[in-house]
Ligand binder design. Structure first.
Ligand code: HEC
Length: 118
């Protein structure tokens, strides 16, 4: 009996810690994505786009919010950031992936961050 109780306790404990770790990683991916999006050396997306909590945004492009209503899925959003000239050859938005302005991983982080903005 004692063994069963302590086993259940351990199981519960491990569940709690693993959810906590998960929440932490989700949060840090979010922050990293935000950093890349806002940083002048990286995405500098604020130069042209209004983004939640971003100071002094430009308005050359549309506000980046509610993106799940604009794109079918994250992959499609990723393609827009990787090479915006695919959807509009005349666009002023730099092809971040194609021209290696930011890395593939950084694009993923930006996508994860933007996808969650309301
Ligand atoms: C030099 C200006 C400029 C910069 C910098 C820029 N964009 Fe854009 N972006 C645009 C313009 C203009 C559009 C409008 C669509 C077009 O031109 O095809 C656009 C469109 C978009 C769209 C589509 C939005 C929609 O609702 O259709 C997304 C998503 C986007 N940009 C993300 C980004 C991200 C992420 C960054 C930074 C990594 C970024 N942009 C940097 C100019 C820019």
């Amino acid at each position: 009996m004692k063994i069963i109780i302590s086993f259940t306790f351990l199981l519960l404990l491990s569940c709690v810690t693993s959810t906590q770790i998960q929440i932490q990683t989700t949060k840090s991916v979010f922050n990293l994505g935000k950093q890349i999006t806002f940083s002048r050396e990286k995405g500098n997306c604020l130069a042209c786009h209004e983004i939640e909590n971003g100071e002094f945004p430009g308005n050359i492009g549309p506000a980046l919010k509610n993106l799940p209503t604009r794109f079918k899925n994250k992959q499609q959003l990723r393609e827009q950031i990787w090479d915006a000239t695919q959807s509009n050859p005349e666009t002023s938005m730099p092809p971040f992936g194609k021209h290696k302005i930011i890395s593939e991983d950084e694009i993923d982080q930006v996508v994860d961050y933007l996808w969650g903005l309301k």
